[in-house]
Design a protein around this ligand. Structure first.
Ligand code: ST9
Ligand code: ZN
Length: 333
């Protein structure tokens, strides 16, 4: 059965010494978890989310039709908002707060938190909690966007239904003490709703309207609505496409794949077979800046003295791992 396959796959990956590195193991793959036997609990739709997500995507399509009438500055502003928001997710809630793959000074953490609210993907605390449980119980009932439930569920469906009880049960046992101790993160959590109204929707709309007399409709539907929707879908593709399409040069026993196209849109987060094999690597890839603006950004921050302690897996360890558990695709690539 699927369940038993899961257990076998877990044992396989565990026996290869994953999660043994101290300090990271806490959030890494848990071999003891078993999906509950018997019928799955019924899906409970959250109609508020279904309606809001549908309206958002209709608004984004409307935004697309407005592109030919937009000023060039407005389009440049929308791209800037996209990149800033994306860094708030990739360099912020993902590589810094979820995986602790490097250290950031207070000014950088403040910037990343602001950028994170521009992205509006739940507050950092909630994002990290869901993400750690995703890695630890990957592709099981306790994974919030369990890719075994198909493309649609792992892409957007998981945000439209109540969570599987195991996500909450297992999530409550996670160690989030480092996140709770970060005052910037907890400040964002406290003021999350107003921060999103201001930074995800109001600021992106007001700037083009005020500074270069863009129409208010275009200002709202391109830099706010369309940009936000593209950011969401680029992120969700990591959970859907990068768990289904691509090679597995590092570990063929897990589902996540290397997907350069997803990496392009997600600023370096599509090298997902690598990332699930070495989740503590600050670059989420062995190839440095290739399709990886986030790595370039973190390196720049280090150069400026705003970040430090980048964790990187050595070439020898990567090669040994490819030989031991990879699918062999690295030889042809
Ligand atoms: C969004 C997030 O889009 C996207 C994240 C993607 C992750 C990507 C990973 C890939 C990595 C690479 C990054 C690439 C980036 C690329 C960027 C390029 C641009 N543990 O949640 P509730 C408890 S968000 C422990 O309501 P329901 C907890 O007590 C989009 N406990 O569950 C909680 O209360 P509280 C915008 C947990 O009722 C309580 O349960 N946002 C856990 O089942 C209730 O929690 C939305 O659309 C846990 N893991 O509802 C909102 N989880 O929080 C969508 C829960 O107070 N969310 N608990 O402590 C919702 O409306 C709801 O969560 C729900 C489930 C309806 C989905
Ligand atoms: Zn991750």
């Amino acid at each position: 059965s699927r369940c038993q396959m899961g257990i076998v796959m877990r044992r396989l990956t565990q026996s290869c010494g994953l999660g043994s590195s101290p300090g990271h193991g806490r959030w890494y793959l848990d071999e003891t978890y078993r999906e509950k036997e018997g019928p799955k609990p019924p899906m409970r739709y959250v109609w508020r989310n279904i309606i809001l997500m549908s309206l958002l995507h209709l608004g984004a399509i409307f935004g697309l039709t407005l592109i030919p009438s937009a000023k060039i500055q407005t389009l440049a502003w929308a791209i800037l908002c996209f990149v800033v928001s994306a860094l708030g997710i990739t360099a912020g809630s993902h590589r810094l707060w979820s995986h602790r793959s490097y250290k950031a000074t207070l000014p950088l953490r403040i910037f990343l938190t602001i950028a994170n609210s521009v992205a509006f993907q739940n507050d950092i605390y909630e994002w990290v909690r869901d993400h750690r449980v995703h890695h630890k119980f990957s592709e099981t009932d306790a994974d919030p966007h369990n890719a075994m439930r198909g493309f649609f569920f792992s892409h957007i469906g998981w945000l439209l239904v109540r969570k599987h009880p195991d996500v909450i049960e297992k999530g409550q046992k996670l160690d989030l003490s480092d996140i709770k101790a970060d005052k910037v993160v907890m400040f964002q959590r406290k003021y999350y709703k107003p921060s999103v109204v201001l930074l995800c929707f109001t600021l992106p709309t007001v700037v083009p309207w005020y500074f270069w007399n863009e129409s208010i409709v275009i200002s709202f539907f391109i830099p706010a609505i369309l940009r936000y929707t593209i950011g969401l879908n680029a992120t969700w593709l990591v959970n859907s496409a990068a768990h289904m399409f691509g090679n597995r040069p590092y570990d063929q026993n897990i589902n996540p794949r290397e997907n350069p196209l997803v990496s392009l849109g997600a600023l370096g987060e599509g090298f997902h077979n690598y990332h699930h094999t070495f989740p503590y690597d600050y670059s989420t890839s062995e190839f440095g800046w290739r399709f990886n603006l986030t790595t370039a950004f973190i390196d720049l921050m280090c150069l400026l003295g705003l970040a430090s302690d980048r964790k990187k897996v050595s070439k020898e360890v990567i090669l040994a791992r490819k030989m031991r558990t990879g699918d062999g695709s690295h030889k042809s690539g």
